[in-house]
Design a protein around this ligand. Structure first.
Ligand SMILES: Nc1ncnc2c1ncn2[C@@H]1O[C@H](COP(=O)(O)OP(=O)(O)OP(=O)(O)O)[C@@H](O)[C@H]1O
Ligand SMILES: [Mg+2]
Length: 383
């Protein structure tokens, strides 16, 4: 049974996830995507406050809203971007302007460890057909689904794709479709696709990236009318991308960590379904190298050994391990060092710091979940 409590908890969980991702993207310098994610967090929090106006925690939530808005403003000012991103203009194409990524994120293919299969899928299904549509007389896939455990690079891949591909990017997630204009979400879906088709009519690719696509189109037991209509509209729009008369470069890239909630009609429309797995040892080593670029590492640090002992850790686990190791060093510096001396530096991170971190931090993805991905991908993967 679904209780009110679980609905509010779910919204809170979604808001927290957006906010965490926003902060990460912000730290990586992906301004455009960070703005989009902060905005999603704001939307969800506002929805939460609207649904539970008497809740005692609303004051705290509104404080968060204000701080995210402030950060959005700062980022916009940095970009010299004067369009207010918060107001959804009424009606028509303009409504989706704020979903368009105006500025390229600061993430490149090389910032992503491994995941060559996913990068290849994007190359084969988007980059090549845009360059030489004549080489694909039978058509080509318009839908790509990335699925896999949390924190392994699905969102990061989309950010890099936006940087590397000359395309108009629409960054969408369920809360931006479902919550903002609740009640007419199927119209939003139709307009979003219409706008993407319009943009791509002149030969430049338009990519609709739908993060957490499961919460938009996943099968849920307690579906209400609006959600069913939204799903059907979505199916219809995806069929419409394959227009026999025109070569339209409109693509949909979806990401989910719950692929099993997508039913057959959706699976069929995402002709490419690519597993973004937990990183293997070589990928973890690459990540350790990528993340250590910005840090001061001690002479005894053995990245190969670190990659070995982090079996089962996701990309974001590894990033968090690094952050935890660094904060040990920083804590020590503030407690014992001379933080007011601008020249003074922290000591390097040593192997022992990581050992201490691993004692208290375990992988975030459990074995049972990993088995579920394996089973789903054996059944439905389509590379
Ligand atoms: N392959 C990778 N290479 C480099 N960094 C990675 C990789 N995978 C994950 N990370 C790090 O972990 C963070 C989280 O990854 P990301 O947000 O892309 O995960 P996700 O697969 O979208 O997870 P979720 O399913 O929870 O949305 C990234 O911002 C990045 O710092
Ligand atoms: Mg993600």
């Amino acid at each position: 049974m679904v209780t009110d409590l679980s609905a509010s908890e779910e919204l809170e969980r979604i808001a927290l996830k957006h906010a965490t991702e926003a902060t990460q993207l912000d730290q990586q310098g992906s301004r455009g995507l960070a703005i989009a994610k902060y905005q999603r967090a704001v939307d969800v929090l506002l929805q939460l406050c609207a649904l539970y106006p008497n809740s005692s925690q609303n004051l705290v939530l509104m404080e968060h809203v204000e701080s995210y808005r402030k950060r959005i403003k700062e980022l916009q000012n940095q970009a010299n971007h004067h369009e207010p991103i918060e107001s959804a203009p009424s009606g028509g194409e303009a409504k989706f302007e704020h979903l368009v990524l105006n500025e390229k994120p600061d993430v490149k293919w090389d910032d992503i460890a491994n995941l060559s299969e996913a990068k290849k899928a994007i190359e084969e299904s988007v980059i090549w057909p845009v360059r030489r549509p004549d080489l694909f007389p039978l058509g080509w896939p318009r839908g790509i689904l990335f699925f896999g455990p949390s924190g392994c690079g699905k969102t990061l891949l989309a950010a890099a794709a936006a940087t590397e591909i000359d395309a108009t990017f629409f960054c969408v997630d369920a809360s931006s479709i479902m919550s903002k204009w609740l009640g007419e979400s199927e119209k939003n879906v139709a307009q979003l696709f219409a706008e993407a088709r319009r943009v791509s009519a002149n030969g430049k690719a338009a990519i609709i990236f739908i993060d957490e696509i499961d919460s938009l189109i996943g099968v849920r037991s307690q579906e209400v009318g609006g959600e069913i209509r939204t799903r059907n509209q979505f199916l219809k729009e995806m069929d419409g991308l394959i227009d026999k008369k025109k070569v339209l470069h409109t693509y949909v890239i979806g990401a989910t960590n719950k692929p099993w909630t997508l039913d057959e009609p959706f699976r069929r429309r995402f002709q490419k379904r690519i597993l973004v797995p937990l990183p293997e040892e070589s990928a973890r080593l690459e990540m350790f190298k990528i993340f250590s670029k910005k840090l001061n590492l001690g002479a005894d640090i053995d990245l190969v050994e670190l990659a070995k002992i982090t079996d089962g850790h996701s990309g974001s686990d590894i990033l968090n391990n690094f952050q935890a190791a660094q904060s040990r060093v920083v804590r020590e510096f503030f407690e014992n060092g001379n933080p007011d001396d601008r020249q003074a530096k922290t000591r390097p991170i040593m192997m022992q710091d990581f050992r201490d971190v691993f004692r208290v931090r375990k992988p975030s993805v459990d074995q049972r979940t990993i088995r579920s991905y394996k089973e789903w991908s054996e059944q439905f993967q389509a590379a």
